[in-house]
Every structure is written in structure tokens, then in C-alpha cells.
Design a protein around this ligand. Structure first.
Ligand SMILES: [Zn+2]
Length: 388
């Protein structure tokens, strides 16, 4: 059924082509009529490739027919038929004698086809020329260039392009993106070793978005790598005020920092309790539970978790509670608990853990850029029964 809008458009376009061809006497009716029926034939035989070829051969590109060509190109692109969209747009550029502004817009369309088809070199060549233009063409081509740099992970170039774009009404969006580009740079540097440069990138990331919780995570990692647990703790604790939904992402680093630190674990516990007040997260509860268990034993921790679950039930919390009881029972009761545990695990096994608040995309692993709507910092842990 989905192919019908395309078919209808091609049929209409071939029809218009035949009519215009006859009106302008460009072709004799003797040849135009068979071509029209031939185009229809290809469609009825489900050969849209040949139908598109017939269409672009038959319908001359001029001021009157341009919209039809562009509509077909756009429709093909939206349907993911990128090669055919390229053919339609290239055909316009090759054969039309239209105003310069119109031709520039068609080039922009073609660049989008190349980009979506993964032909990044071709897209980049075309867009580099278009960024030399002015107004709408310049800003749109810069946005597409930015997308290429993001795809190619060319973060320094992305920073430069982002800074050019961050002057308009979307400045907040681009500042946030630039902060993430610097985080990417810092993370790459941390893998390689040069920590001074990583520290500089982190400082630049803060400069572009002081509320980016990811920066605190990267800084915490850097401080830990440099054996400065107290500084790591200070950096990681900022997340509570920046964006508390990401506290759960920092717990492993915090635990490691407190293990290295002489500061009392009481401080860690107090911080976790404070976080829980604003963000009911089962990861925080379970981290606290492990500490209570070390000090006060299984009974106290089971009571702590079940009290929390009464207010904020989650399946992960339930599984942990079952584990605690299993450790202290045997025989048939233990077997029953094992069955219950496997049910609980099965309930959340295929459930996503993260979701984009912009477009609803969800997945199992944390990403800082949504692969669907391409926004930075819009993916968050899912809270509720099956999540955090
Ligand atoms: Zn999204």
C-alpha cells in the first residue's frame, strides 16, 4: 500500500509530461503516447526503477514542471529510495535552465540525498561550495556539514561549524552540542593518555554548557585516572545539581573514588540519601543497600529495600530483595524464590533502559546523542516499574 503515493505521483507526472510534450510539440504525439503507456506498464509490473527513468526522459525540466520533479525527488528520499532521488535531482541540475537561486536549492536537495545515502565525500564537496553562498542556502548547508562532521567523528571541525551556527535563535541547542563535542574530544584523549589536553577540552565543554552532567562524569574519570579521588568526588557530586537523572551513571566512579579516599563513607551515604530525595532511582537504592549490608547485615538491608519498594516499586529492586532472602533460606523455600526470581528477570529482560525525551527512541545502552532525532543530551534513564 505504501508504494501507491509514489505510483500515483509518477503516473500523474508522466501524464503531465505527455500533455506538455504534446502541447509544446516537442515530441510528436506518435511517440509521446506510447511512452506514457510504457511508463504505466512499468508501474503496473512493479518496476519503479524504469518508471522513474521514463518519467525523467519524458518530462522536460522547466519552470512549469520543476515542482513535480522536486516532489518526486523528495518523495523518493522520504521512502529511502536514495539512488532514485539522486537520479531525479541530478537530472534537474543537468537539464534545467532555471534561476540561480532555484538551482542552489536543488543542489541542497541533492546534498541531502548524498548524505542519507552515506556518500559523505560527494555531500561534503557540494556543501563546501554552498556554504560560500548567503542566507538560507548558507545556513542550511552549514547544518548539513555539521551532520557530516558528527558522523565522521571529526569533533574539532564540528566545534568550528557549531560555533558559526550558535549565533542564531538555536544558540542554546548548538552550545549544548559543542559542549558534547568537547566531551567526545576529552574521552578520546583519555583513551590515548594526554591528560592535560583532556583537561583543557573538559574546561571548554564547561564553558559551552555548565549544566552538562556528562562533563562532570568525564572530569571524574580524569581525576580518578590521575589518582585524585577527592577531586573526582567533587566533580561527580555536581551531577546532582546539574541533572540528577544521570546520578545513576556516576555511581561506579563514585564508589571507586570513595574506595581510594580516606574520607568517610558516611559522606557518600549522605550524598546518596540526598539524591534519593529528588530522584527515586533504584540504582542509588541498591548502592546504598550494599553499604548498609556491610555494616548492619542482611535483615536491615532487606527492610530498607522493601520500605523503598512500597513507595517506588521496581522489578530490579524486587530481584535484589529476592536475592537477599535466598541467601538466608534453604530447601523448598529457596527453590520457590529462585522460580520467582527468574520470572522477575524475564519481565525486564528485553525492556529498554533509556529513552529520548525528544522523540521517544529507546534502547538498552546509554547514548549522549539520539540516533533517531540526533539531539544531544536528550536520552535519559527510564524510571518506573520496569526501569530505574
Ligand atoms: Zn531522539
Amino acid at each position: 500500500m505504501e508504494t501507491w503515493p509514489l505510483y500515483i505521483l509518477i503516473v500523474a507526472a508522466i501524464g503531465i509530461g505527455w500533455w506538455i510534450g504534446r502541447r509544446e510539440r516537442v515530441k510528436s504525439a506518435d511517440t509521446a503516447v506510447p511512452n506514457y503507456y510504457q511508463g504505466l506498464n512499468y508501474l503496473l509490473n512493479e518496476e519503479p526503477d524504469r518508471a522513474v527513468t521514463t518519467f525523467i526522459q519524458d518530462l522536460e525540466v522547466n519552470k512549469d514542471t520543476l515542482e513535480t520533479h522536486l516532489a518526486l525527488g523528495g518523495l523518493l528520499r522520504r521512502r529511502g529510495e536514495l539512488e532514485k532521488a539522486v537520479v531525479v535531482h541530478e537530472n534537474i541540475l543537468l537539464n534545467a535552465r532555471l534561476d540561480r537561486d532555484v538551482m542552489l536549492n536543488v543542489q541542497l536537495e541533492l546534498a541531502q540525498d548524498y548524505l542519507l545515502a552515506g556518500l559523505l565525500d560527494r555531500a561534503e564537496d557540494l556543501l563546501l561550495k554552498l556554504t560560500q553562498e548567503e542566507g538560507h542556502i548558507r545556513s542550511e548547508s552549514m547544518k548539513l556539514m555539521l551532520e557530516i562532521y558528527e558522523r565522521e567523528k571529526e569533533w574539532h571541525r564540528a566545534v568550528e561549524m557549531g560555533e558559526l551556527l550558535a549565533v542564531g535563535e538555536d544558540s542554546e541547542k548548538y552550545e549544548r552540542a559543542i559542549s558534547h563535542y568537547y566531551c567526545e574530544i576529552a574521552e578520546d584523549l583519555l583513551k590515548l593518555g594526554p591528560r592535560d589536553e583532556a583537561r583543557q577540552a573538559i574546561s571548554d565543554a564547561i564553558g559551552h554548557d555548565a549544566n552538562n552532567a556528562r562533563v562532570s562524569l568525564v572530569l571524574g574519570r580524569l581525576e580518578l585516572a590521575e589518582n585524585r579521588p577527592a577531586d573526582a568526588i567533587r566533580a561527580l557530586k555536581r551531577i546532582k545539581d546539574q541533572d540528577p537523572v544521570y546520578v545513576a551513571e556516576s555511581l561506579d566512579l563514585l564508589k571507586a573514588a570513595y574506595e581510594h579516599n580516606t574520607e568517610s563513607l558516611q559522606d557518600f551515604r549522605q550524598y546518596l540519601f540526598e539524591c534519593l530525595e529528588t530522584t527515586p532511582s533504584i540504582s542509588i537504592v541498591l548502592t546504598l543497600a550494599m553499604q548498609i549490608r556491610d555494616e548492619q547485615g542482611d535483615e536491615a538491608v532487606a527492610k530498607f529495600i522493601s520500605n523503598y519498594l512500597k513507595r517506588n516499586p521496581t522489578i530490579r529492586g524486587l530481584t535484589q530483595l529476592i536475592d537477599l532472602h535466598m541467601d538466608n533460606t534453604d530447601g523448598i523455600a529457596r527453590q520457590n524464590l529462585a522460580v520467582l526470581r527468574s520470572f522477575a528477570e524475564a519481565l525486564v529482560a528485553d525492556k529498554p533502559a533509556y529513552r529520548c525525551k525528544g522523540c521517544g527512541f529507546d534502547g538498552k545502552k546509554m547514548r549522549w546523542r539520539c540516533p533517531s532525532c540526533k539531539k544531544w543530551g536528550s536520552i535519559e534513564p527510564i524510571f518506573g516499574l520496569e526501569g530505574e
